[in-house]
Design a protein around this ligand. Structure first.
Ligand code: C2E
Ligand code: CA
Ligand code: CA
Length: 539
């Protein structure tokens, strides 16, 4: 009886060892290191020892007490080995997972789980240096979320992250598995399409943008993020990953400049693509000589068509004749604080021009843009006061525009500055309304006379019921605050007529008139002055 029990114990110990052997083999299969392999022969050796001892016991007619104790120890040894292997394989799994996480984190973005820029560059490089006989063609599509910095400033960065995660989820849903999708920087994503000749790239981007045009939720509010795309192709547009990425960015910026949804790289544009540092240095020189020009865009006054209004828009022309748009250099001037000098120049030029027109018997209104940095300029109000006095113009002819985003960055400060300016008799307008997510209570406390609805809501008004509702309610809100409403970016007559029919007070856009040089503005003014004069004399 004791002998049988001892043999059973040894055999059970051996089975325990067999299961330890199985774990050590599977461990080695996952983690092919010599140290892991060394378990296998050791456990095998043990098993042979167990078999020999079981055979030895079964051959003996009777066993001693010591042999029985040894059998118990053999059993215990087997169980011990199983336990040890359990612990070892668990720790090895944890180590392997930590290593995987480390590798993943180095190549992936934490917020969206997408490959990061480093991984993107590596993937592009691998694709274009592939040794196979047929050269791999590819297309890089960059998607940049518009106005994302404003959004981060108005909400918190955490809320911005929530939006980014939602945006990337929607993007992942659209993009097929065979397309490499990465988050290449903050609010920018990049797609790598192999064999782009099989895809209609413009149609693909249009489809993607339509899919992304879907409200995301933040603070229980629905929000539509728009984006701009830029495309570069290999081998046509660059020979390495960095170059291709830079060229896709160039095309994305040129799309933004002309407010197009996307653009494909055109080599001729490169000569006019300066990076921030180059532009900053060139701007520094331009400011020392105030090498700028003011263009004037006419704004239609619906109720009083005889009254002419212009928005003054700054232009900077480089030596080669290329005109740098304000969207490209105003942000740089804001960073370097040079914006204050620029604003002073724009104000003086506009007011001096009003005085010239005054001497010709013409009294248009002029709107001048302020920057958020101007709110920190304590000299602004006294300077403006001096200008109005020096040029002896009626302050009611001047309106200052400040974007909703700038106002919302520090509403108390904005209110304080705007109230001082308002006391001079100058009108105030909120520019780009709808992009700054302002609250009604803040807005109703601002000393404003006019709200300019941002172009992004106006452009597709006739096709988007969402935007139509926003525009209608903004008109209602503005009128209840006793403010005039201006619709920006009105490019067609149909849109202009519709906006007038729903109560817009002013219409601005290419339909009524594009920004013009001073000479063109003078011609326009004299023409409309004559027309008005003829109409008046006929009446
Ligand atoms: P903004 O104040 O919203 O000015 C209107 C912009 O929309 C102008 O662009 C104008 O050319 C463009 N625009 C007007 N009508 C239409 C249209 O029907 N369709 C389209 N697609 N665009 C239209 P611009 O001149 O490039 O100015 C861009 C921005 O730069 C301005 O936006 C303003 O924020 C800023 N800016 C311009 N001049 C100055 C300035 O003197 N000082 C400051 N601080 N900012 C300025
Ligand atoms: Ca403006
Ligand atoms: Ca605007």
């Amino acid at each position: 009886m004791i002998k049988t029990l001892s043999i059973v114990l040894v055999i059970m110990g051996m089975f325990a060892l067999l299961s330890a052997l199985k774990s050590s083999i599977s461990l080695y299969q996952r983690d092919r290191r010599p140290s892991t392999f060394s378990f296998v022969p050791v456990v095998l050796g043990f098993i042979i020892g167990y078999i020999l001892y079981a055979a030895f016991l079964s051959m003996k007619p009777e066993i001693t007490f010591i042999e029985c104790v040894v059998a118990v120890i053999f059993f215990g040894g087997g169980i011990f080995c199983v336990m040890i292997f359990g612990v070892v394989s668990q720790s090895m799994e944890r180590i392997a997972f930590a290593e995987f996480q480390q590798r993943h984190n180095a190549s992936h973005d934490r917020l969206t789980g997408l490959p990061n820029r480093r991984f993107l560059l590596k993937t592009i490089t691998e694709q274009i240096t592939d040794d196979s006989t047929i050269q791999q063609k590819l297309a890089l599509i960059i998607i940049d979320i518009n106005n994302f910095n404003n959004l981060n400033e108005v909400f918190s960065h955490q809320k911005g992250d929530v939006l980014l995660a939602q945006f990337s989820t929607r993007l992942k849903e659209y993009v097929d598995d065979d397309i490499f999708l990465a988050r290449s920087s903050g609010n920018r994503f990049t797609l790598v399409l192999l064999n782009p000749e099989n895809t209609n790239i413009p149609a693909y981007i249009e489809g993607m943008q339509a899919y992304l045009d879907h409200p995301l939720t933040i603070n229980d509010h629905d929000m539509n993020l728009t984006n701009t795309a830029g495309v570069a192709l290999f081998p046509e547009h660059g020979s390495n990953a960095e170059e291709l990425l830079k060229r896709a960015e160039i095309s994305m910026y040129s799309a933004k400049r002309i407010q197009a949804p996307y653009a494909i790289y055109e080599p001729s544009r490169t000569s006019h693509f300066y990076d921030q540092t180059e532009l900053a240095a060139m701007l520094h020189n331009a400011i020392s000589t105030m090498d700028f020009e003011l263009y004037f865009q006419p704004v239609m006054n619906v109720q009083t068509p005889n009254q002419t209004t212009f928005e003054a828009l700054i232009r900077w022309t480089l030596n080669d004749g290329y005109i740098v748009r304000p969207d490209d250099f105003i942000p740089i001037a804001e960073q370097t604080n040079a914006i204050k000098q620029i604003t002073h120049w724009v104000l003086e030029t506009a007011i001096a021009q009003l005085a010239i027109w005054h001497s010709q018997g013409i009294f248009p209104q002029v709107q001048v843009n302020l920057s958020v940095k101007d709110l920190e300029d304590n000299n602004l109000e006294p300077y403006l006061k001096r200008l109005l006095k020096t040029y002896a113009i009626n302050p009611a002819q001047l309106t200052l525009e400040l974007t909703e985003t700038s106002m919302m960055q520090n509403p108390c400060k904005a209110r304080e500055v705007l109230e001082k300016i308002k006391k001079l008799g100058v009108s105030l307008s909120i520019d780009d309304f709808g992009t700054g997510f302002s609250s009604l209570s803040i807005l109703s406390n601002m000393p404003i006379d006019e709200i300019k609805i941002d172009r992004s809501f106006v452009t597709d008004l006739l096709y988007s019921s969402n935007h139509e509702a926003i525009v209608r309610s903004t008109i209602y809100l503005a009128h209840s605050l006793e403010c005039r409403v201006v619709a920006e970016g009105v490019e067609t007559e149909a849109l202009g007529q519709y906006l007038m029919s729903i109560g817009c007070d002013k219409i601005q856009g290419y339909w009524y008139g594009r920004p013009m040089t001073l000479a063109q503005t003078d011609a326009w003014l004299h023409e409309s002055h004559l027309v008005n004069f003829r109409v008046a004399s006929q009446n």
